[in-house]
Design a binder for this molecule. Structure first.
Ligand SMILES: CC(=O)SCCNC(=O)CCNC(=O)[C@H](O)C(C)(C)COP(=O)(O)OP(=O)(O)OC[C@H]1O[C@@H](n2cnc3c(N)ncnc32)[C@H](O)[C@@H]1OP(=O)(O)O
Length: 211
């Protein structure tokens, strides 16, 4: 097994060989270039993002955006990353369609042994966020986590265990407080109801179709 295979297999690894440092250096150059783009230079931004992810993507990534490799992140259609997200992608990060990230979200796929004698070593474990999730501001997602589709993670959460689909989960450690229900189709925030005329006006003002 070579080092890259060890990383993928979740085994202990070090990352100073097999051109991994060169790959990270190239990624850092692209990261710096992306984070220095002007907000109106969208053409350059989109080109750099395609280079970073290694494939043409259809997602909105608000700089600054920080990552290790970029190529280990698989991002679905119509995702939105608000500013200041950090994706530590030594192992795979898989993000489904229409996932929204608040500002300052950290995804960590890598960890170090607890004992200081072995601390320099690393192990990776992939993170999966299924479609339609909303990850609140400044959330940290730990190695090996899966967040099920449609779920909402409250701001400032630290996700240390898998979160099932259709859940609202908050806190440190992040715990499910309730399931998403039919009531959430009626109220958008506390006791504020969705109203047909209100929705119509929002979509009309924005020039988009109603629902
Ligand atoms: C894509 C973007 O850029 S979005 C911009 C960034 N925006 C955000 O990050 C906002 C994220 N929103 C939140 O964290 C909200 O609090 C939500 C969505 C989790 C609220 O969900 P709701 O189910 O409506 O929760 P509700 O407000 O009723 O609170 C329920 C309980 O959870 C607690 N709670 C709510 N949010 C959090 C949180 N982030 N962390 C810890 N506890 C929380 C409340 O204090 C309450 O506790 P109590 O029962 O002891 O009083």
């Amino acid at each position: 097994m070579n080092m890259r295979e060890r990383i993928l297999a979740g085994k202990l690894f070090l990352d100073d060989c097999e051109e991994l440092p060169e790959e990270r250096m190239l990624a850092k150059r692209r990261m710096v270039a992306l984070n220095q783009t002007s907000p109106d230079d969208l053409e350059k931004r989109f080109k750099l993002l395609d280079e970073i992810f290694g494939i043409k993507i259809n997602a909105w990534v608000e700089p600054p955006f920080y990552f290790c490799y970029g190529r280990n992140i698989e991002i679905g259609e119509e995702c939105f990353l608000n500013m200041g997200c950090t994706f530590i992608d030594d192992a795979k990060i898989k993000i489904g369609n229409k996932v929204a990230f608040g500002p300052g979200v950290t995804i960590a796929t890598v960890g170090h042994p607890i004992h200081p004698d072995y601390r320099r070593l690393m192990y990776g474990s992939p993170v999966t966020i299924e479609e339609n999730c909303w990850i609140g501001a400044n959330t940290t997602i730990c190695p090996g986590i899966t967040i099920g589709k449609n779920s909402v993670i409250g701001a400032g959460s630290v996700v240390t265990k898998d979160i099932p689909e259709n859940s609202v989960a908050v806190g440190n450690p992040c715990k499910v407080i309730r399931k998403i229900s039919e009531k959430d189709r009626q109220f958008y925030y506390r006791d504020e109801p969705f109203m047909k005329e209100d929705l119509e006006e929002v979509y009309r003002l924005n020039g988009t179709d109603y629902m």
